[in-house]
Design a protein around this ligand. Structure first.
Ligand SMILES: [Zn+2]
Length: 294
């Protein structure tokens, strides 16, 4: 009997991030059989219950026997065991948004029916943490050597503000440029390769670009060129950003802080994880059977 695979397609892709974490089964078995002197069968039944912690997936505290696979890695970084000992966990993270909460709940109800395969978490997060983590993931995914990162960052941000599965279709002809427009009624409009955005959205994009690039060499880069902090504030004021968002303060730092707070508040307020253990369980079983039959 084969079960139908559960699809995550009902969730907008811009709200989903996937991480693959590897585990070395040689290291994992050794803990139980060599250190704790347990029989392989006991080790196997213990390992069947295993799920890495969130900190292993985020890289905050990835520890033995877990590691991230990198190209060309064919031995375990801890025990030098061969590749055939490697198994994978897939963490699927969803940054929630009311616009698809119904679909998310439905998906979770389906996942709950396979408790062995899917481990579900909803870790506590402030909106600020969720925003910082999103920025961090985006930062890692961009190539700052190539100027196209500016466009890619802008599109990622715009998708985040309006998570939808229709983006691929809407933007199927590609985006050549993001263009500030005071004429549009909505936040954005796409036409012939140009993505027109309102002053509020355009300013948000400049803020995000500034935040992303400030930690890099020659930082502070935006669609408006490389800007110092003061220049950024002046530019945002001139485009009507603060007025459009009802942000008012004398002090530039106060303006900036309020603008960041708005970015954060308009974003997701909850995080959900589903850890898919199937590839791990399959590999664990085959490794154990080979071990047993030796
Ligand atoms: Zn190992």
């Amino acid at each position: 009997m084969t079960k139908v695979e559960i699809s995550f397609d009902s969730i907008p892709r811009s709200a989903v991030s996937k991480t693959t974490l590897n585990i070395c089964l040689k290291c994992a078995f050794d803990v139980f059989t060599k250190q704790l002197k347990l029989a392989p069968r006991t080790a196997y039944s213990e390992l069947k219950k295993h799920t890495p912690e969130e900190a292993d997936f985020t890289g905050a505290a990835t520890s033995r026997p877990h590691f991230f696979h990198s190209e060309g890695l064919d031995h375990c970084p801890y025990c030098y065991g061969a590749k055939r000992w490697f198994a994978e966990f897939h963490a699927i993270r969803i940054d929630a948004n009311p616009s698809f909460e119904k679909e998310r709940k439905k998906l979770w109800a389906a996942l709950k029916k396979s408790p062995d395969r899917y481990v579900l978490w909803s870790p506590e997060r402030t909106q600020m943490q969720i925003f910082s983590e999103w920025l961090e993931r985006l930062n890692r995914s961009l190539n700052f050597e190539d100027n196209r990162w500016l466009l890619n960052a802008a599109i990622s941000y715009i998708k985040r503000t309006a998570p939808s599965n229709d983006w691929d279709e809407v933007l199927s002809a590609g985006v050549q440029r993001v263009q500030l427009s005071r004429q549009i009624n909505d936040n954005w409009r796409y036409e012939n390769g140009l993505l027109y955005v309102s002053p509020a959205l355009y300013g948000d994009v400049l803020m995000v670009q500034h935040l992303l690039s400030r930690s890099h060499q020659h930082g502070g880069r935006t669609f408006e060129g490389r800007l110092t902090f003061q220049e950024l504030i002046r530019r945002l004021r001139r485009t009507g950003y603060f007025a459009a968002k009802n942000i008012d303060a004398e002090d530039p730092y106060e303006l900036f802080e309020q603008a960041v707070a708005r970015l954060v508040d308009s974003g997701p307020s909850a995080v959900y994880y589903a850890v898919d253990r199937k590839p791990y369980l399959d590999k664990l079983k085959s490794v154990y059977e080979k071990k047993r039959d030796k």
